[in-house]
Design a binder for this molecule. Sequence first.
Ligand SMILES: C[S@@+](CC[C@H](N)C(=O)[O-])C[C@H]1O[C@@H](n2cnc3c(N)ncnc32)[C@H](O)[C@@H]1O
Length: 295
Amino acid sequence: MYDWVDYFHVLRLGDYADFTCALFDGDFSKTLNQAQKDKHEYVLGGLHFKAGDRILDIGCGWGPMLNYIRERGGKGVGFTLSSAQNKYNVSKGLDSRLQDYKTVKPQDVGQFDGVVSIGALEHFCSIEDFKAGKQEEIYKNFFKFCSDVLPKGGRLYLHMMIWGKKVPNPDSFSLNAPEGSEEKIMARTIKFYPGSWLPASKEQLIKCAEPYFNFISTKNGRLDYIETLKRWGDWSSIWGSPIKTFKALWGYIKLLPKLFDPNFRTQLAFLRHSDQSAIFKKEIFTHERMFFEKK
Ligand SMILES: C[S@@+](CC[C@H](N)C(=O)[O-])C[C@H]1O[C@@H](n2cnc3c(N)ncnc32)[C@H](O)[C@@H]1O
């Protein structure tokens, strides 16, 4: 999904690179690594995880949560849509599957003690789905799937970006809008995250989960996301290593032909203008970490 962005992200962060907001919880003196580890621990704590538990990670990325579950004596199973991520995870001995959760039958994956989905729900509903009025149906089907693979009392952790002050009108997004406007920032953002649309609110998710899950708690992560993005902007781990510097330069060279692609140039502009950070600072997006328990 993110192809070239992933290349540089993994180069910078190394094995099992988390591609989602860390848990600083207001303590910005933590290292990024510590804050990511604290996130993993926070998730397993909230799931009431114990050694031997089988946990499903829907949208497992480069395996950070699967690896942490393994370190804690559990058995993680991950779904990803990226064959590069899947190949990497399998090479690390993780049970990763190239699998869209929307097409898997619960009986084919068996039962789990807990389910997590970290930074994936943003991709479950596209702009087209939203415009066609399918958003809540998609979320309800997702909660049904999670419910089908959990026992009564089993926990689900959801971690995702959500619309901030209001849900915008996608037809207002325009690359011709004034620089710094919400319309311009969002026009670049949807080129960076194609096929994605956010939940309207945490209340919308609680309502969609309601037939299957009780809502337990949520923790807002907007400020933590701004800090995580700031840390991702630090490339010193690359420039401090000749091998990584060479790989980064090689990565740039391979991207040169893409400069002819207007979508790619818009994606570069998204990064150059630090749009993702601006989105959180302006509260166009917020971020929630939610626990649910199966009824
Ligand atoms: C931003 S990455 C987050 C990865 C990881 N959870 C982390 O914290 O670094 C989103 C992940 O969700 C996966 N994904 C998106 N839609 C999915 C779907 N319908 N079924 C399974 N995985 C999906 C992508 O392939 C990717 O691995």
